[in-house]
Design a protein around this ligand. Structure first.
Ligand code: SAM
Length: 288
């Protein structure tokens, strides 16, 4: 059975603004400092995993020192085509145009030397799809090649409806989110997915290899301006819950109607927890 997760260009575009607003500054700043110390005047070599249409590169390139050369890897050739078109005018934080290549590849089947010569490996909204084993392989490859990692926007399961900082709970929220978390752990093409366990798995895998970690929350706070994204998220969650618990369809539909109405009427906002982590194989700052 093909379990690979499919992501549309329109969905990735719809979430990009929320993703960029959510990003935690500290892990990105730590990655910038690492690159500056490691590469000094030479070109920094970066690889973005599961790039989709390039949203992570559009966020990172102008915030990191240059010059930069990026390799974007994804199994979806159409998304990579969009990435090329939408990342071409990008410049690094010093104003130098970045260089960019793409590679259509299954991330399960990367060759042993895929990180050779790479300074920083990045990913966003990817690591909740992968397995514990995959994260351990990533950390091992980074350790072998003395390469740092900046892994952003991994869901942490802290999902709430709220007004300002006050939660507005529904009787079925907790049950629905537990059902959703079980669906998120289904195989997305890498074996059993980490889902909301991804931030902890990343921290553990890199800490075990003595990497220095800079870890921070990067939640979506979806208020009135982000209502269309909140509504499509809600629809997706209800669909996933119906797949996970088909016998509870009526209960899910009732929850979905109550929550859609509350969002539509502007009675609640939506908070979706994520985390960003930077991991560096210190002490090793010298140029190679
Ligand atoms: C949630 S999207 C995130 C895309 C992008 N990083 C972003 O932040 O917009 C996950 C990406 O991982 C890619 N992906 C999923 N499974 C993959 C696999 N086995 N090999 C390569 N890419 C994969 C998808 O095609 C998709 O582009």
């Amino acid at each position: 059975m093909n379990t690979a997760a499919i992501f549309s260009e329109s969905w990735l575009t719809r979430r990009e603004h929320a993703d960029h607003s959510a990003r935690a500054a500290l892990p990105t700043q730590a990655a910038g400092a690492w690159l500056a110390a490691r590469c000094q005047a030479r070109e920094a070599r970066l690889v973005d995993l599961g790039s989709g249409s390039g949203a992570n590169v559009r966020y990172l390139a102008p915030r990191l020192p240059g010059p930069q050369t990026w390799r974007l890897i994804d199994h979806d050739a159409d998304l990579l085509g969009h990435a090329v078109g939408r990342c071409q005018p990008l410049r690094d934080m010093d104003g130098t145009p970045i260089r960019l290549t793409t590679q259509q590849h299954d991330l399960n089947a990367l060759a042993a030397d895929w990180l050779t010569g790479v300074d920083l490996v990045t990913a966003s909204a990817l690591c909740d799809l992968v397995s514990d084993t995959w994260v351990a392989s990533l950390a091992a490859a980074c350790a072998r090649h003395r390469c740092a990692a900046l892994i952003a926007l991994s869901v942490d399961g802290d999902t709430r409806f709220c007004v300002d900082d006050t939660d507005v709970t529904d009787r079925d929220d907790a049950w629905l989110f537990t059902t959703l978390a079980a669906h998120q752990r289904r195989d997305k093409g890498f074996g059993p997915a980490l889902g909301t366990a991804a931030p902890q798995a990343l921290a553990t895998a890199f800490a075990e290899r003595d990497f220095r970690l800079v870890d921070a929350p990067s939640p979506w706070r979806l208020g009135p301006a982000q209502r269309p994204l909140a509504l499509s998220l809600l629809d997706g969650w209800a669909g996933a819950a119906r797949e996970q618990a088909p016998e509870e369809r009526a209960r899910i539909d009732r929850w979905w109607r109550r929550r859609r109405e509350a969002l539509d009427q502007g009675l609640v906002d939506l908070y979706v927890g994520h985390r960003d982590v930077f991991a560096a194989p210190e002490p090793d700052h010298g140029p190679r």
